[in-house]
Design a protein around this ligand. Structure first.
Ligand SMILES: Nc1nc2c(c(=O)[nH]1)N[C@H]1C(S)=C(S)[C@@H](COP(=O)(O)OP(=O)(O)OC[C@H]3O[C@@H](n4cnc5c(N)ncnc54)[C@H](O)[C@@H]3O)O[C@H]1N2
Ligand code: MOO
Length: 605
C-alpha cells in the first residue's frame, strides 16, 4: 500500500467514524427517534464504529496514551456493586442515559505514553524565547497535530508579556501579580487580643477598674473613651483605638477581639472563662488556668514588614485581595492580560429572537468573550462579520489585538475565509488541524511577531474544544499564568472513542467520578452547559472506571477559574451581546477572626 493509498484510506475512515460518532452522540437523542428505547436502538451505531475500528491500520491503532489505570485501592461509590456492570450516564437534567457499550477495551495497566495528557507550559518567570517559531526556526511540521502536541505548540508559540498595569484592588481580581507581594507592614501590626475578655497582668485574681464593672456599663453607654485610661471606652479596650495605657501588675481590663494589648499584659482571659464577682475582682474559672501569653496575637506573628508573601505570577483570587489589603496595599502591579479581538463569522447568524428562515442564533458571540476573559484575556471587542473574504481580511488586518480569535470559516466550504485570509496576510500557520473531536479544523497562526490568530471551528462545542486546546495554553503563556495541575478522575461510564483522534467529552462530577454527559455532539452546547469538566478520551475510547484526564472549566476550578474583572468602560462588545462574567465572585464580605472553637492558647505558655 502506498502512502497516498493509506492517506486516502484514513480520510475515508475519518468520515465513517465521524458519521458513526454523530449517530452515537447526536441523533440517538433526536425527538424523532422511536419512543421505545430498545437495546437494538441504543447500539445501532456500534456496527459502524466496529467496522471503522476493524479497518484501522495497525500502526495507528491504539497508540493509547494519556491515561492511568485506576489503582484497585481507590474505590468510588459509582463502581461499587455487581461486577462493574450497569453504569449510567446522566443527561444534563440528571436523567439516566444508556451506557455506552462495546466501544472501548480494558486498558493494560502499564501505560507510559501520554498522548492524551495536557501539555504543560513553563511557569511564569522562566524566560521564553521570543517568537519561538519565527523565520529562523520554522518549528515542527504543522498538520495535523495530536491533541497534546497542539496544546504544547500553542503554549510555546509566544513569550510571556512583560507589560504591567497597576490596578486598584477592586479591579485586580482574576489578574496575575506582576511582582512578588511583599508585606508593607508587620501582621498583626501590633499585639492584639484574639478574644473578647480581659487583658490580665500577672497572676489572678485581678483587680478591675471600679467604674468599668461589666454590669454598670452595659446599660447606658456614654461617649467612647469617656471613662478610664487612654485607649479605653466605657466597655474597656476596643479595636481601632489608640495605644492603651499600661496595665499595672495584678490588674485586669475588659478587652475586645482585635484591640491593642496594653503594655504589661501577660495573657487574655476569654469572657466565658472568667467571673466578675461584682466587688471589683475578676477570677479565672478553675477549669481554665491562665497560661502566659494565651489569646494574645503578637505583632508580626503572620509576617514581618518586607516578608515575601506570594511570588510574581500568582493569580489574584479573592483571598489574595484580602491578604494584599491586610498587608497594606491599595493597588497591585498586575501582568497586562493579552488583548483579544473576537471575530464571529457567519451570515446565517441572528443576534436576537428565535431561529427563523434557515438562520440560527449566534451562540458563540455571547460565549467566547466571557470564556476568554476567564482565561485571563482582556477582550477588546466581539464583532460579527459578513461572510465575505474582504470583511474577514479587513477585520484581521485592522486588529491591533495580541490575539485574534475567529469563530467559523475554518473548514473548506465556499465561504470559509480564514485560511485564505491568513495566506493573504502572509501569516504563518503553527497548527492547522488537530487530531481531536470535536474541533479538528481548529488552527493557530502567527500574524506577526507577538501576534497570533486562533481559528475556532463554527460548531459550538468544536469552538469550546479549540478554546481549551489552543487559546488556553497561548493565553496562559502570554499572561504569565501558571498551568493548572492535571486532574484525573475515574469515568462513571464507558465512552465511545475515535480510533485515532482524542475526544473531548463533557462530564459532570458525581461522587468522585466523571459522568459522561449526553448531548456532546459538535453542534451541541447542552452537555457542556451542564458540565463540570471536559474528559480527555484517548483514541480507542475508555471503559467505565478508567481514569481520564479532565480539563477544568472556568466555573469548576483549575486554570481559568478566576474570572478577570472587566475594567469599567474598557470592554466593549460591538456586537451588542452582554459581556457578563459567567462565574463572577460574590462581593467580598466580612469574615470572622479565627474563632475555631479550639480552646488552645495561640501563644505557647
Ligand atoms: N468538507 C468538510 N466539511 C466539513 C469538515 C471537513 O472536515 N470537511 N469538518 C466539519 C467540522 S468537524 C466542523 S467543526 C466544521 C467547521 O466549520 P467552520 O469552522 O468552517 O464553521 P462554519 O462552516 O462556519 O460553521 C459550522 C457550523 O457551525 C455553525 N455555526 C457557526 N458559527 C456559529 C455561531 N456563532 N453560533 C452558532 N452556530 C454557529 C454553522 O451554522 C454551521 O452549522 O466544518 C464541518 N464541515
Ligand atoms: O467534529 Mo467538528 O471538528 O464538528 O468539530
Amino acid at each position: 500500500m502506498t502512502r497516498r493509498d493509506r492517506a486516502g484510506d484514513d480520510e475515508a475512515l475519518d468520515r465513517e467514524v465521524d458519521e458513526a460518532l454523530a449517530l452515537a452522540n447526536d441523533e440517538r437523542e433526536t425527538p424523532a427517534a422511536p419512543a421505545e428505547d430498545t437495546d437494538a436502538e441504543r447500539d445501532w451505531a456500534s456496527p459502524a464504529l466496529d467496522l471503522a475500528r476493524g479497518r484501522t491500520p495497525p500502526e495507528r491503532e491504539r497508540t493509547r496514551t494519556g491515561r492511568r489505570d485506576r489503582s484497585p485501592g481507590r474505590g468510588h461509590p459509582a463502581s461499587g456493586g455487581a461486577g462493574g456492570a450497569g453504569a449510567e450516564a446522566l443527561d444534563p437534567s440528571g436523567s439516566p442515559m444508556p451506557q455506552a457499550r462495546g466501544a472501548a477495551r480494558r486498558r493494560s495497566p502499564a501505560d507510559p505514553a501520554s498522548e492524551g495528557t495536557g501539555a504543560r507550559t513553563r511557569r511564569s518567570g522562566t524566560p521564553a524565547p521570543e517568537d519561538p517559531y519565527g523565520e529562523d526556526n520554522p518549528g515542527p511540521p504543522i498538520t495535523p497535530r495530536t491533541w497534546s502536541d497542539a496544546r504544547a505548540t500553542a503554549g510555546a508559540a509566544a513569550a510571556a508579556m512583560t507589560a504591567t498595569v497597576v490596578r486598584p484592588l477592586a479591579e485586580a481580581l482574576g489578574h496575575v501579580l506582576a511582582e512578588p507581594l511583599a508585606a508593607l507592614t508587620d501582621l498583626p501590626p501590633f499585639d492584639t487580643s484574639a478574644m473578647d475578655g480581659w487583658a490580665l497582668a500577672g497572676p489572678g485574681p485581678w483587680r478591675l477598674p471600679r467604674h468599668k464593672h461589666l454590669g454598670e456599663h452595659l446599660q447606658e453607654p456614654g461617649e467612647p473613651g469617656e471613662p478610664g485610661e487612654p485607649g479605653e471606652s466605657e466597655y474597656g479596650i476596643l479595636a481601632g483605638h489608640a495605644a492603651p495605657a499600661p496595665l499595672p501588675d495584678g490588674h485586669a481590663v475588659r478587652i475586645a477581639t482585635g484591640a491593642r494589648i496594653p503594655p504589661g499584659t501577660t495573657a487574655v482571659l476569654r469572657s466565658e472563662y472568667g467571673t466578675d464577682t461584682g466587688d471589683g475582682w475578676l477570677h479565672a474559672a478553675p477549669a481554665h488556668p491562665v497560661a502566659l501569653g494565651q489569646d494574645i496575637r503578637t505583632r508580626g506573628q503572620e509576617c514581618r514588614s518586607g516578608d515575601h508573601l506570594l511570588p510574581a505570577g500568582t493569580p489574584i483570587t479573592p483571598a489574595v485581595l484580602g491578604l494584599a489589603a491586610a498587608s497594606g496595599y491599595d493597588e497591585l502591579a498586575t501582568v497586562r492580560g493579552p488583548r483579544v479581538d473576537v471575530l464571529v463569522l457567519g451570515d446565517e447568524l441572528l443576534t436576537e429572537g428565535r431561529p427563523r428562515d434557515g438562520r440560527i442564533r449566534d451562540a458563540l458571540g455571547p460565549m467566547i468573550g466571557p470564556w476568554l476573559r476567564a482565561l485571563g484575556a482582556e477582550v477588546l471587542a466581539t464583532r460579527r462579520l459578513a461572510d465575505t473574504a474582504d470583511a474577514v481580511h479587513a477585520a484581521v488586518a485592522e486588529s491591533t489585538a495580541d490575539v485574534v480569535v475567529t469563530t467559523g470559516g475554518t473548514a473548506a466550504g465556499p465561504v470559509d475565509h480564514v485560511h485564505p485570509t491568513l495566506r493573504r496576510l502572509g501569516a504563518k500557520l503553527l497548527v492547522d488541524g488537530v487530531r481531536v473531536r470535536p474541533g479538528h479544523p481548529m488552527l493557530l497562526a502567527r500574524l506577526a511577531p507577538g501576534r497570533h490568530l486562533v481559528g475556532l471551528p463554527g460548531n459550538p462545542l468544536a469552538a469550546v474544544s479549540g478554546l481549551l486546546t489552543l487559546a488556553e495554553p497561548l493565553l496562559r503563556t502570554l499572561g504569565a499564568r501558571p498551568a493548572a495541575e492535571s486532574r484525573w478522575m475515574p469515568l462513571a461510564a464507558a465512552v465511545h472513542g475515535h480510533p485515532v483522534d482524542t475526544r473531548l467529552v463533557p462530564v459532570a462530577f458525581r461522587r468522585g467520578a466523571a459522568l459522561p454527559l449526553r448531548f456532546n455532539g459538535p453542534a451541541m452546547l447542552r452537555g457542556i452547559a451542564a458540565a463540570d469538566g471536559l474528559a480527555v478520551i484517548p483514541p480507542g475510547g475508555a471503559e467505565r472506571d478508567d481514569e481520564a484526564e479532565v480539563l477544568a472549566l472556568p466555573w469548576s476550578g483549575g486554570y481559568g477559574s478566576t474570572p478577570v474583572t472587566p475594567p469599567a468602560g474598557t470592554v466593549r462588545n460591538t456586537a451588542g451581546s452582554t459581556a457578563e462574567n459567567p462565574a463572577a465572585y460574590p462581593a467580598p464580605g466580612t469574615s470572622d477572626d479565627d474563632e475555631d472553637g479550639i480552646p488552645t492558647p495561640e501563644a505557647p505558655a
